[in-house]
Design a binder for this molecule. Structure first.
Ligand SMILES: NC(=O)c1ccc[n+]([C@@H]2O[C@H](COP(=O)([O-])OP(=O)(O)OC[C@H]3O[C@@H](n4cnc5c(N)ncnc54)[C@H](OP(=O)(O)O)[C@@H]3O)[C@@H](O)[C@H]2O)c1
Length: 285
């Protein structure tokens, strides 16, 4: 396709819009706070969400959570209300399995082509075509749009029926956020015992734990790490993981505690900061 509609101009949606503009697509955009659309040069702003499907048949959604996703998909004057049988909606938001299934059910009832396509990787990886896109739902529909997804990814992985992509995405994110939290605890401990952090890294790097230190140590210790993934969204993903456990009678004591720690950090004023600021709640004054 040569055009795309982007819904949600936060960090991810703005980066995706920029990538599609750079790839020569005509990009139409809508955001709840409309002025954010103007920040990405070249995007044509659409003021009413339900008009977007008439501008371009391919639409990608990048919003915060289940509530935001429900509102933009099947809320009043949402995307579904303006869609036709030509429309293809790809939801790249990280959402819960319950909402994922509901969105699929409603789209089927309305005969709307819809896929959940959550993304592993942040805004920078979209622009650099390095993200991994997880996909579930109709495999033929996926094959139809895979070429368009290549603009923002290095790999696309089809996982099966819904809500597999949601479950896999939440599992992987929960492991990542829990590692960032554990590393924050132990770096604080090391500092309290006057351990040279270079030596700590050197020791870790001689073991399989190297990848965790490589991923998070500098990010945690950097005082001015730019906010790439908001603390509050990390708390949301962990919360959705534990909520998913509830529906299947799986208890997740560690993940639910880590979820509370991210929520605690959000309530302390780090809500908009990068999730690696979780370190701040352990750092000794
Ligand atoms: N950032 C990352 O590294 C990353 C990586 C992978 C996946 N994700 C996932 O991708 C999604 C977007 O993340 P992001 O980092 O771009 O988030 P973000 O910067 O916080 O942007 C959130 C977007 O959601 C919109 N939104 C929130 N509530 C809404 C509502 N009720 N109705 C309509 N729009 C609403 C916001 O609109 P306003 O501007 O009007 O508030 C904004 O456009 C999330 O599900 C996140 O978990 C993020």
């Amino acid at each position: 396709m040569d055009c795309i509609g982007i819904v949600g101009f936060g960090r991810m949606g703005s980066a995706a819009a920029e990538s599609y503009i750079n790839a020569g697509y005509k990009v139409y955009g809508w955001n709840r706070s409309l002025e954010k659309v103007d920040k990405v040069y070249g995007v044509e702003k659409i003021t009413r969400l339900k008009d977007l499907p008439s501008k371009c048949s391919l639409i990608m959604v990048f919003v915060s959570d289940d509530d935001a996703s429900a509102q933009v998909l099947y809320g009043k004057d949402g995307l579904f209300s303006g869609s036709s049988s030509d429309t293809v909606i790809l939801n790249a938001s990280t959402i819960s399995p319950i909402h994922s299934k509901l969105a699929y059910d409603i789209s089927h009832e309305l005969n709307i082509n819809y896929l959940h396509t959550p993304i592993m990787g942040g805004p920078k990886t979209l622009v650099e075509m390095r993200s991994l896109i997880l996909v579930d739902g109709d495999k033929n529909l996926f094959k139809l749009v895979e070429g368009d997804l290549k603009i923002i990814s290095r790999e696309r992985l089809y996982l099966g029926p819904p809500p597999t992509a949601s479950v896999v995405k939440l599992i992987l994110n929960s492991i990542a956020f829990t590692n960032a939290e554990i590393l924050s605890e132990v770096i604080s401990l090391a500092e309290a015992w006057d351990v040279n952090l270079d030596k700590l890294y050197e020791a870790a790097s001689k073991t399989w734990l190297k990848c965790i230190f490589d991923k998070y140590m500098r990010r945690i210790l950097s005082e001015d790490y730019p906010s790439s993934f908001r603390m509050r969204l990390a708390a949301k993903d962990l919360f959705y993981t534990t909520a998913s456990g509830y529906y299947k009678d799986i208890h997740m004591p560690i993940i639910s505690m880590v979820s509370q720690l991210y929520l605690h950090a959000s309530s302390l004023g780090y809500s908009e900061d990068d999730y690696s600021r979780i370190f701040k709640i352990f750092k000794r004054k």
